[in-house]
Design a protein around this ligand. Structure first.
Ligand SMILES: *Cc1c(COP(=O)(O)O)cnc(C)c1O
Length: 388
């Protein structure tokens, strides 16, 4: 039973079958358009476009926001992951332990420095690195541990840091989906993503919780020597102009324009995260009692993505697509089963939780400007998809 709306076919019973977008960064950027325009004009008029006042100011502001001593702006999140390993001196012969459910960015960075990725399973309740699997995977060659704060939820950093400290191995947080996310530390203090590991990597891709209007990234650390090394590595490895002090350097700079825009958007990050949590609350209520697994809410979760699990994921996904509800799978193919990485020696069955989750997960529309009526539309489409 279908009805036609604007030339598209929709199953009957959906009250208002207009498309709900999976994301819409335009809504946010338009709502603060005047401030963004002012920032752009300031950069144009300054005549200084690379590594200037805006980048320095953003680095100070973002370090303060995260609760760390240093921030170094770079070209992207992927670049930040590479530079983190390069700054730690990780190279050929080393192993780096990470997870396989977070879209391969980590594996790519590990291979770029010439090290070997050691992929371990996740805790199926949190989708993040299993600290017991971590403890079992440590070897004499392990030179870094790279947990991912996936979907806006911190990995179990207390447990991961305890394992790392026992073996004196540095930890690189992948915080690209977790700007402003936090968890309580052993002293009961709220500690943000970026303030747990030896260093941490952020992306400012436009759809992230803190998004630029182009590419951008940053690293945070409390270690002044690592911060200095990162500043050299992002600029060809130069210690001073035309003087190469560091191998493995490249051009990986955050530009003035993006930094100026990020300074504006940083002021809205907490409000955006609160709006995401509110929308997660809507879904929790509207989707309660269905044969689904909803994300378990913890304080400090900032819902970069709202990821549900279903035994009938593919049918549900097809239904949502048919009725115009944006949805996606983050991520359909785990890193260890990617064709480019067969030489790593993993096979189907190597990481059972990671593989099972890849077949069950579905991301629903989640962004701070998602309207209540849209959330209701998503929920009724999910309900209908499960009852068909
Ligand atoms: C987006 C993302 C990255 C890569 O960031 P880019 O800025 O797109 O290079 C790395 N890790 C995770 C977990 C991400 O979500």
């Amino acid at each position: 039973m279908v009805q036609s709306v604007n030339g598209k076919l929709f199953p009957r019973g959906i009250m208002n079958p207009l498309a709900v977008p999976f994301g819409d960064v335009r809504r946010q950027n338009i709502s603060i358009r005047a401030e963004l325009d002012t920032a752009i004009a300031r950069v144009i008029e300054s005549g200084w476009y690379i590594l200037g006042r805006e980048v320095t100011a953003f680095e100070e502001e973002f370090a303060a926001y995260c609760g760390v001593a240093h921030c170094v702006g770079v070209a992207s999140g992927a670049e930040a992951l590479y530079l983190a390993l390069a700054a730690l001196g990780v190279g050929p012969g080393a192993e780096v332990i990470t997870v396989a459910n977070a879209c391969m960015y980590q594996v790519a960075a590990i291979l770029q420095v010439g090290a070997r990725p050691v992929l371990i399973d996740v805790d199926p309740a949190t989708h993040t690195m299993d600290p017991q699997a971590l403890a079992a995977a440590i070897s004499s060659r392990t030179q870094a541990i790279m947990p991912v704060h996936l979907f806006g939820r911190l990995a179990d950093m207390s447990a991961i840091m305890a394992v790392a400290q026992r073996h004196a191995i540095p930890v690189v947080e992948d915080a690209a989906q977790a700007h402003g996310a936090w968890a309580s530390d052993a002293d009961g203090r709220q500690r943000k993503a970026g303030a747990w590991g030896t260093l941490a990597c952020f992306s400012f891709y436009p759809t992230k919780n803190l998004g630029a209007l182009g590419d951008g990234g940053a690293l945070t650390t409390d270690d002044p020597d690592i911060a200095d090394r990162l500043r050299r590595l992002r600029m060809y490895g130069w210690g001073r102009k035309y003087h190469t002090a560091e191998r493995g350097g490249r051009n990986s700079r955050l530009d003035e324009l993006q930094a100026a825009l990020l300074r504006v958007k940083l002021r809205y990050l907490d409000a955006g995260n609160a709006a995401r949590r509110e929308r997660a609350g809507w879904y929790a209520q509207l989707l309660a009692g269905l044969p689904l697994r909803l994300p378990s809410d913890v304080p400090g979760h900032v819902y970069h993505l709202y990821v549900i699990e279903s035994d009938r994921r593919d049918e549900l996904r097809a239904h949502l697509q048919a009725v115009g509800i944006g949805c996606d799978v983050h991520y359909p193919e785990p890193a260890h089963l990617q064709p480019a990485y067969v030489q790593l020696g993993y096979r189907v069955g190597s990481l059972p939780h990671t593989e099972a989750l890849a077949g069950r997960i579905l991301s629903l529309p989640m962004f701070p400007e998602l309207r209540r009526a849209e959330g209701e539309q998503v929920a009724s489409a999910v309900i209908q998809g499960l009852s068909s």
